[in-house]
Design a protein around this ligand. Sequence first.
Ligand SMILES: *[C@@H]1O[C@H](CO)[C@@H](O)[C@H](O)[C@H]1NC(C)=O
Ligand SMILES: *[C@@H]1O[C@H](CO)[C@@H](O)[C@H](O)[C@H]1NC(C)=O
Ligand SMILES: *[C@@H]1O[C@H](CO)[C@@H](O)[C@H](O)[C@H]1NC(C)=O
Ligand SMILES: *[C@@H]1O[C@H](CO)[C@@H](O)[C@H](O)[C@H]1NC(C)=O
Ligand SMILES: *[C@@H]1O[C@H](CO)[C@@H](O)[C@H](O)[C@H]1NC(C)=O
Ligand SMILES: *[C@@H]1O[C@H](CO)[C@@H](O)[C@H](O)[C@H]1NC(C)=O
Ligand SMILES: *[C@@H]1O[C@H](CO)[C@@H](O)[C@H](O)[C@H]1NC(C)=O
Length: 513
Amino acid sequence: MKHMWVAVLFLTRSVIALTVTTKVINEASYMTTPYLTEPDTTTGVLHAPPKLFTNVSGSVDDSGTCQCSVYLPDTTFPVQKAEKLEIIATTLSEKFELELSKVREYSKMIELYEKQILNLTIKVEHMEQSSVSYTELDFQLLKVEISDLKRLVTQLKSSLGGSNVIVEQIYLEPVSTAASGIILAFHQHKLKESLTLNITNLTILVNELESLDKNNVLAIRRQIVSLQNRLKECEESRNKTTVPPYFPPGSCIHRGLLNVSQPYVVKLNWRGFSYKYGSWGRDYSPSNPEEEVYWVAPLNTNGRYLEYYRIYSSFDNLLLFRPLYESRVTYGEGSGAALYNNFLYYHAYGSRQMVKHNIKTNTAALRKDLPDAVTGNRFSYAGVLWQDIDFAVDESGLWVIYSTEHNMGNIVISKLNETTLDVLNTWQTRQYKPSVSNAFMLCGVLYATRPMNTRKEEIFYMYDTSTGQEGRVSVIMDKKLDTIQSIDYSPSDQKLYVYNDGYLLRYDVNFQS
Ligand SMILES: *[C@@H]1O[C@H](CO)[C@@H](O)[C@H](O)[C@H]1NC(C)=O
Ligand SMILES: *[C@@H]1O[C@H](CO)[C@@H](O)[C@H](O)[C@H]1NC(C)=O
Ligand SMILES: *[C@@H]1O[C@H](CO)[C@@H](O)[C@H](O)[C@H]1NC(C)=O
Ligand SMILES: *[C@@H]1O[C@H](CO)[C@@H](O)[C@H](O)[C@H]1NC(C)=O
Ligand SMILES: *[C@@H]1O[C@H](CO)[C@@H](O)[C@H](O)[C@H]1NC(C)=O
Ligand SMILES: *[C@@H]1O[C@H](CO)[C@@H](O)[C@H](O)[C@H]1NC(C)=O
Ligand SMILES: *[C@@H]1O[C@H](CO)[C@@H](O)[C@H](O)[C@H]1NC(C)=O
């Protein structure tokens, strides 16, 4: 193989030589023919070593300079190779330029990468320094928290079992950004199942997230904290609503008033804002406690005369100002009226008479003096004019709250026979009537209030007619305006009806068990 390569090489060379020779000869014959006669005279060098110089034609120009074409054989100076080399060199330098520009480009990119690495380093350092760390521990923590939640739910479930407590709606926030805006809202009766389901879902979600997106760990943790808080609230509200148990209307098996709710503002009285004095409430008919009858009796604007009253046959009608009757009496005095068994009882103007008024016929069924009662705005309530005689209704029937000179203006309580308006029994308290803002009866116990400020009233005094014991209590009642003109308890729904500077407020009552 090697020999053959050599042979080919030689062959190639001789072919080149041959071609060049031919070319030179042709050239010479064309150019030099006229001058060939004097080659030797000009330069003897041309003759001398024939090995170096082959046959050369020359010529002498006008100024005597000898010109000749020389054939230089391949072995002496490889023109073709030089040419080739030159071409290669050019190509190479072009390539070099190209590579060099690439290198410049690369170095630019390297600079950019360096910057990016620097940025990343800073970020990583920041992450390391800050308390936020995304580690497996987070997921472990999450799982522990979720199992805690599950335990809580199980407890809640068992403690809720069988009870008919009404827990308010509980709203759970969206579980995570990944679970995008799933809002959990459910009623108490669905609470047990829903909560369990959702916490089951949380577990699934966390497992998914663990393999997906670690950055949501914090979001999830926040959700879990919120869930925990809400569970706690739910548990607490359950405990709270369990404490005052249910006592059917009319019953007095509880141990008295525990608490009242926030006031529910029913509406402004039907005569308007300037009718700041008056009373309102719900009838109690022991034979028909379910029957809904309401009265609203705003006094005339002088705060003294009871003239017009309205009777509503349902709460809706009251809200819609659709009275069953709107009637007139001439006149009652003060805001002490009360409705019992479809009769309106009120204090007759300018007297110490009690009036039993038939609301269906709008006629006075009976009038009778209240013995020893002091009237004429002498022992009215604090901040309320002309309420010397205040009727009250509780589970046991009709009462009247007033004062006597004999009892030095302190509250006197009398139980009335509603048929005859006779006083059945009387209790003398040691609470000065003009120092309390109002009073009502509940299961034979008188409760009296006093203002704490313009927005709060306190039920602070009680007198138990069954034992003759008086005592201090402190139940705060929020109010909407400064003065409470009347408070009437209705055994039908166990609510307090309050006339507050023209507004009709209603409160739920909780009892001690
Ligand atoms: C040179 O060329 C001339 C004319 O072509 C010829 O006569 C002569 O013999 C040649 N000499 C040699 C050495 O070839
Ligand atoms: C490095 O961070 C800065 C600030 O966040 C930003 O403006 C810059 O574009 C970042 N550089 C690179 C190369 O990412
Ligand atoms: C939670 O439970 C409720 C009721 O089963 C369901 O509608 C809601 O989609 C659940 N939440 C999640 C995150 O699955
Ligand atoms: C939540 O759980 C319920 C019942 O197990 C299932 O139907 C629902 O697809 C779950 N939701 C999510 C977001 O995993
Ligand atoms: C709720 O009551 C139960 C016992 O009935 C008690 O173990 C639990 O600590 C109470 N929870 C709160 C938040 O008061
Ligand atoms: C009484 O009611 C108030 C306000 O509604 C509430 O904050 C408080 O916990 C209640 N107290 C009791 C003993 O129920
Ligand atoms: C009320 O008076 C009527 C008529 O005199 C009488 O029949 C009734 O028994 C009395 N009621 C009470 C509780 O004393």
